[in-house]
Design a protein around this ligand. Structure first.
Ligand code: CU
Length: 422
């Protein structure tokens, strides 16, 4: 009140300076006076998209020579509709009005029996003086002043709780969703990875921000959100810049019949990644983390000792290949039957039970060179079918009737490796 009383003197001085009517020069003086009477920090611009905290309607009755109320309070962020009304029977012949520092700088005037209003958002906290716009409203005009108090609302700062995905290439360009709290939807929000600004920042709501990662060298960095009011929230070690690659497989060899559980080590693996061995999808793919995938090899090609490319493909479409990263080994051989009949047709059959139809017309002449590998090559289709059953077929070349095939390893449960020694 001391302040208002002090300014009353100034107002009386200005009024006595001889302003006869409302004009722009007069309004300039009123603005300067009201500014001098007000107390607030830097003026925050009216938000383009108003984040409405509350809607407040304030009606001021202006009579000769008083405002009622002459002082009122709103909260920062309130959307205020300020109305000034002049009773029909008021003695003023020019009505009254309100010019308020910062919020109603152009003033608004109501004639008798009328009202005028303006809506604004109470963005800037502080005390804002207002005055009647009509110095010719009468001899008591100088007492027509008041104040609006905008109570500062302390906005809680933002917090960042998660980012999905949490890894991306060093070239940037990864679209991420940042979750947290107290994100502000109006104004300019900044997102930084380490110290590098993200792009395409969209504050979806107070808990969700979408952004695109910048380029950054290989490193795990914090993600920082800066609200328009300058408050920040950081999730340390939140995002890993790493380029997708496979460094090793363990084991890196396994049965052609598939079913080998392989641990794939590397970087930038994303949840939902897929894995192929030689172009065939692995099964039981489990992305343990961005550096580890566990997967089960699929059925391999019939060709023995074949190294195949291993490919990891992330959901974002990026992929990496470890060339010849896995070698399908000779599967354990299953001897399903040995037919030593005299009939040449049946003599060369093996694995009847699994449908093998092995033939080796060149056996007799080539028997000295026949070994498992060659036999395996002869039986590509049958071996593939058998491998699907977890078996392998052996074509026994007993071309030298006197020299029976020799078991190089003892048969154990029917499994063994047979080589013709003829
Ligand atoms: Cu007045």
């Amino acid at each position: 009140m001391r302040k208002i009383a002090g300014v009353l003197i100034v107002l009386a001085f200005v009024a006595s300076a001889g302003f006869a009517d409302e004009n722009s020069e007069h309004l300039d003086h009123l603005r300067a006076m009201m500014h001098a009477m007000s107390q607030h920090g830097a003026v925050l611009p009216q938000p383009q998209a108003i984040q409405q905290q509350a809607t407040v309607a304030i009606e001021i009755i202006a009579v000769s020579f008083d405002f009622s109320p002459s002082s009122f309070s709103v909260n920062q962020g309130d959307v205020v509709t300020l109305t000034v009304s002049v009773p029909r029977d008021d003695p003023s012949t020019v009505g009254h009005g309100v010019l308020m520092d910062t919020y109603v700088e152009d003033g608004m005037t109501a004639r008798n029996g009328q009202s005028a209003s303006k809506t604004f958002t109470a963005t800037t906290p502080g005390t804002f003086a207002f005055v009647c716009t009509q110095p010719s409203c009468g001899g008591g005009h100088t007492s027509m002043i008041g104040q609006m108090i905008v109570r500062a609302v302390s906005n809680p700062g933002p917090t960042v709780t998660s980012i999905v995905p949490n890894t991306g290439p060093t070239s940037g360009g990864t679209a991420v969703t940042i979750s947290g709290s107290n994100f502000q939807t109006s104004g300019t929000t900044l997102v930084r990875f380490d110290t590098t600004p993200a792009t395409a920042i969209t504050v979806v709501d107070s808990t969700t921000i979408r952004a695109v990662t910048p380029a950054h060298n290989e490193q795990t960095v914090g993600v920082r959100v800066t609200n328009p009011d300058g408050q920040t929230g950081t999730l340390p070690q939140a995002f890993t810049f790493a380029d997708l690659k496979i460094t090793s497989l363990s084991p890196n060899t396994g049965s052609t019949s598939g079913g080998t559980n392989v641990t794939i080590s590397g970087s930038a693996f994303q949840s939902g990644a897929t894995v192929t061995f030689g172009g065939v999808a692995a099964t039981n793919v489990n992305v343990v983390n961005s550096n580890t995938i566990i997967a089960t090899t699929p059925l391999g090609p019939a060709t023995e000792q074949l190294a195949v490319d291993v490919v990891v493909r992330n959901p974002d479409g990026t992929s990496t290949t470890l060339s010849r990263g896995f070698t399908y080994s000779v599967p354990p051989l299953v001897v399903t039957s040995i037919n030593e009949g005299r009939d040449p047709e049946s003599r060369y059959d093996a694995g009847d039970r699994t449908g093998a139809r092995g033939r080796n017309s060149g056996c007799r002449s080539d028997c000295g060179r026949i070994d498992c590998r060659e036999i395996g090559r002869v039986h590509v289709s049958d071996r593939t079918a058998a491998a699907a059953r977890g078996e392998a077929l052996m074509f026994i070349a007993d071309c030298c009737a006197k020299d029976r095939p020799t078991l190089k390893r003892p048969l154990q449960g029917g499994i063994g490796l047979i080589r013709s020694t003829c």
